[in-house]
Design a protein around this ligand. Structure first.
Ligand code: GCW
Length: 672
């Protein structure tokens, strides 16, 4: 495919369209005229190519590459003056006197790469970047749930860009473009296969290792280390051993030998991502071992080479009986991992989903954050929109992630926010970070819905700086993607910023979750999972709905938080209302803070959600002629799909609760 065939949305936020603003143009032309680049190797080449590409596209300029700093308008180099306070990945941009030339300095090539991308971004936004920046979060990672046959679990943007038919995809130039895209926003790690590891993928640490090495070669120049998801049963499945017991020396040797083989091919290999004892995946429980024993064994195999084990905490009983009111899936991760706090090796990092359930549109923050205080930990977010519209419905997730990051755990008293924990600032951790489940596939626009690119961009920007606001990130992304038109910015900004609330309005009320069609998880089915084994119940009857998770009379989940939060959730009066049904059972006639009854709230929010989608469609239509015509039509079509989905949700949910409760809508609207 040529770039033209790929369409405008292929370049995402890196489309270097000509800068029109005269002052910014002048600035760029002066700065990029003569460049002295003091970085060699593959990353140096990436930097040089990027600068040339940007100069060409933005300013119609062919920069001259000079070897002496004194002759340059821009000096880019490792170990230049003034970089004392920089971290390994940080950078500094400063003006040199008396020459007035600019300098981008860093301690590493990677820092330079980030500095150059940031500098170019700011130029394109009409701002002039000066000063020092270090990334807030050390591990800034993407997890791909891609399978070797090319399918993507919970993928909504085509097939895998890495794999096809059991081997590598035919067009790896796509992977190189992806690496560049991710480097531009500071991603530094990527796992390239599904955490549900099947037979084919197990071979990636065996006979198929050369395929991984090829991908690693593509990512390396861009500062991105490659990780693999592994099956805990690999010694049995691949090695032919009778057991995968972590305490068995044969098993330990087998992994040590695998690690040696991997690092001999991929010296900067990042490590393993492991989903163990979760949703029927094998794990240490099979052998009567706990998760610390399980994870540490792998960590010891990787340790000599600097590798790490990313061990997921998504562990719960997925064969629950719906009549069992005692077991609470929300409590499971905490119950499993808290007793092991402090028992993990220094190169194990626990990866914790943002909520205690599973990436619903509204959940409280997992109490493992703030609970674990002697364990490396990272946050797992889901960029792919499994439960949030599957990239057919618009749902800008950054506001939700901000809530998670800003959540104060009170682990060390006030001021122990999740963003500080994942930055490694609250507890002493060797590793910490954020991982996002990628929303990318083979679709020409990468993310299915072009506006879902904002989630990928926003995820990475938050990893770099969790203090950026959702609006600031959205504005950046809009301008970099659609150019400087003020009307375009205003309309898309409003669409993005309201989209989460709108999605929530027409789907699941007040934090209770699910109500989706089983299996694929798109569209409404209120009882879809109600009598199933997955532990995801709303417990609606003809009087009330919600799960009592208080410590007093409920499942006790609220008691897993530190005191101020535990008390806040425990009481019906202080529980944030958007989480009411997550923590409490409420009668349909109970009054909410708005003065409305619960049932009326359900009706009203669902009617409102559909109207808001209609308004969004009008807003988007006002951009006809102002955005790329292909993107315009594409988004318009997605919005029509979203409207259908919203109407279905409204009608299914409202009818369900009307029939259960027998209470009519005060406003007499159509409910079936
Ligand atoms: O949300 C669930 C998904 C599964 C996924 C699992 C997990 C990769 O429905 O598809 O498996 O979470 O996070 O492991």
């Amino acid at each position: 495919m040529t770039n033209a065939q790929k369409g405008r949305s292929y370049s995402c936020w890196l489309g270097y369209d000509p800068v029109e603003d005269a002052a910014a143009r002048e600035l760029g032309q002066v700065a990029l005229r003569k460049i002295c680049l003091q970085a060699d190797g593959a990353t140096g080449e990436c930097i040089a190519a990027e600068l040339k590409r940007a100069a060409q596209g933005l300013f119609d300029l062919e920069p001259e590459m000079v070897s002496r700093p004194s002759e340059a308008s821009l000096v880019v180099g490792v170990g230049l003056a003034g970089d004392q306070e920089l971290d390994e990945e940080g950078f500094l941009v400063q003006e040199l006197t008396p020459s007035g030339s600019l300098q981008i300095a860093a301690k590493t090539d990677r820092g330079l790469l980030y500095g150059v991308f940031a500098f170019l971004r700011e130029l394109r936004l009409g701002r002039f970047l000066l000063g020092k920046e270090n990334p807030a979060v050390p591990l800034r990672m993407l997890n791909h749930w891609d399978n070797l046959d090319g399918s993507v679990e919970r993928g909504y943007a085509g097939t895998s860009i890495f794999w096809d038919g059991g081997g590598l995809a035919s067009d790896l130039s796509r992977v190189a473009d992806y690496a560049r895209l991710l480097a531009s926003v500071g991603i530094n790690g990527i796992s390239v296969n599904n955490v549900n590891v099947h037979a084919d993928e197990t071979a990636l640490i065996g006979p198929k290792l050369p395929l991984v090495a090829r991908l690693a070669d593509i990512f390396r120049p861009w500062g991105i280390r490659i990780f693999l998801s592994v099956s805990y049963a690999s010694p049995v499945e691949l090695g032919g051993l009778p057991t995968a017991d972590p305490l068995d020396p044969q098993v330990q040797n087998w992994w040590a030998e695998r690690a040696r083989a991997i690092y001999s091919r991929i010296p900067d290999f990042g490590g393993f991502v492991v989903k163990a004892d979760s949703e029927h995946r094998p794990g240490p429980f099979t052998y009567g071992r706990d998760h610390a024993q399980g994870a540490n064994m792998l960590a010891r195999a990787l340790g000599p080479y600097g590798g790490i084990v990313v061990w997921r905490c998504f562990v719960y009983n997925c064969t629950q009986d719906w009549r069992d009111y005692k077991t609470d899936r929300a409590k499971a991760a905490y119950d499993t991992f808290m007793p092991l706090d402090g028992k993990f090796d220094s190169n194990v990092v626990l990866q914790i989903k943002n909520g205690p359930m599973d990436f619903q549109i509204r959940e409280p923050v997992s109490p493992l954050f703030g609970g674990l205080s002697h364990t490396n930990q990272m946050l797992e977010l889901q960029i792919t929109q499994e439960y949030t519209g599957q990239q057919r419905d618009l749902c800008y997730l950054v506001p939700m992630w901000k809530e998670v990051l800003d959540f104060d755990t009170f682990a060390r008293g006030q001021g122990s926010a999740v963003k500080d924990i994942v930055a490694g600032k609250v507890f002493s951790q060797t590793y910490s970070g954020i991982a996002g489940v990628a929303n990318v596939g083979s679709d020409p626009n990468w993310t299915g819905h072009t506006l879902a690119q904002a989630n990928l961009y926003g995820f990475a920007r938050l990893c770099w700086d969790p203090n950026l606001s959702a609006a600031a990130i959205a504005e950046e992304w809009i301008q970099l993607t659609f150019g400087p038109n003020a009307k375009v910015r205003e309309v898309i900004l409003e669409m993005l910023l309201r989209s989460r609330e709108i999605y929530e309005n027409y789907t699941v009320p007040l934090g209770i979750g699910w109500m989706v069609n089983p299996g694929h998880h798109y569209g409404p089915n209120v009882d879809g999972y109600e009598y199933d084994r997955w532990g995801t119940y709303h417990r609606a009857d003809c009087w009330a709905i919600g799960v009592d998770r208080t410590a007093k009379g409920g499942t006790g989940f609220a008691g897993q938080y530190h005191p101020p939060n535990a008390q806040m959730y425990e009481s019906r009066e202080t529980c944030p209302e958007e989480l009411l049904l997550f923590f409490h059972r409420a009668g349909y006639k109970e009054r909410l803070r708005s003065g409305k009854t619960l049932i009326q709230h359900i009706y009203d929010s669902h009617f409102a959600g559909v109207e808001q989608v209609e308004e969004m469609i009008d807003r988007w239509n006002s951009l006809a002629g102002l955005v790329d015509p292909e993107i315009f039509i594409h988004v318009a079509e997605r919005l029509q799909d979203q409207l259908k989905n919203a109407i279905e949700w409204r009608d299914v949910v409202n009818s369900y609760f009307y029939r259960k409760s027998g209470i009519p809508d005060e406003r007499g609207r159509t409910i079936y």
